[in-house]
Design a protein around this ligand. Structure first.
Ligand SMILES: [Zn+2]
Length: 91
């Protein structure tokens, strides 16, 4: 049970909690060498571990998110899609 941030109602037991993202920032993730493991094969055909790089790059990072009931999270998702479509029309 939890209280929805948007409608301020207590949600019945066994109802799923949806997290609604309220704030993000663009973040520069650094390049990290040899951090991901993947299986490969050597020249004799034996399996061996290969370590590959994480490229890093710029992407959104969640700063703040709040719990919401399924109805409010669906409504917020519709608003978010409409807001992104408006922004894409402007730019
Ligand atoms: Zn709600």
């Amino acid at each position: 049970m939890f209280i929805c941030t948007f409608c301020k109602k207590s949600v019945p037991p066994r109802t799923g909690c949806k997290k609604v993202i309220t704030k993000t920032v663009m973040f520069q993730h650094p390049h990290r060498p040899r951090v991901h493991k993947r299986w490969g094969v050597d020249k004799q055909g034996k399996p061996r571990i290969e370590w590959i790089d994480d490229k890093g790059g710029i992407g959104p990072q969640i700063v703040h998110e709040v719990p919401a009931c399924p109805e409010c999270s669906a409504e917020q998702e519709k608003k978010r899609i409409a807001r992104e479509q408006t922004l894409s029309l402007i730019s």
